[in-house]
Ligand binder design. Sequence first.
Ligand code: IMP
Ligand code: MG
Length: 200
Amino acid sequence: MHGDIEKVLIGRDRIAERVAELAAEVARDLRHALAPAASSAAAAAPADDHGRVVFIPVMTGALIFAADLIRQLPLKLSLELVAVSSYPGRTVESKGAQLASELPRDLAGKHVVVVDDILDSGRTLAMVVGLIRERGPASVRTAVLLDKKSRRVAQVQADYVGFDIPDAFVVGYGLDYDGHYRNLPDIAVLRADVVNGTGA
Ligand code: IMP
Ligand code: MG
């Protein structure tokens, strides 16, 4: 696996640092969203004790980012998964986002945070957020670890972005090429011959 890598773009320590910063931002914003109005009778209740926060990682790429992010959030939250497929097999070009699972049902009145590994053309996040909005949540936020802004097609931007990266196909920390390399702890660029299918 490591022999297939051309270079590490973002190392595990930097990822961990940035995920902690993002978690602090997300926690602060959610606490604010959940805080009852000062005059409300519920004002005495802890701000996060409502069970109204739902995290929705987009499978499979967001698995590791979401796992690290939510474990740094001292909030009561639930986890629902949504699966989207856009890069079938040996390709580095999106074939368009397709929902590959049911959408979580019970989102009315909830504060939803959609988590994805990378924002590329934006089709995935635009589609998922659009479908979630139809379910009447109280709010929808989006968190991505990586953003390739130069490749945007859909009108979408994330509320929380870990790193802006150049237009390169990357793997690791949940991101795959042809289903592999998700377990690499760093974000890395593969050797060109591996991506072209001529590597070992
Ligand atoms: P979008 O719909 O074009 O924004 O693509 C988003 C999805 O494509 C992400 O959820 C990833 O699963 C996948 N993706 C986009 N760029 C990369 C990459 O560089 N490496 C691995 N997967 C990628
Ligand atoms: Mg994905």
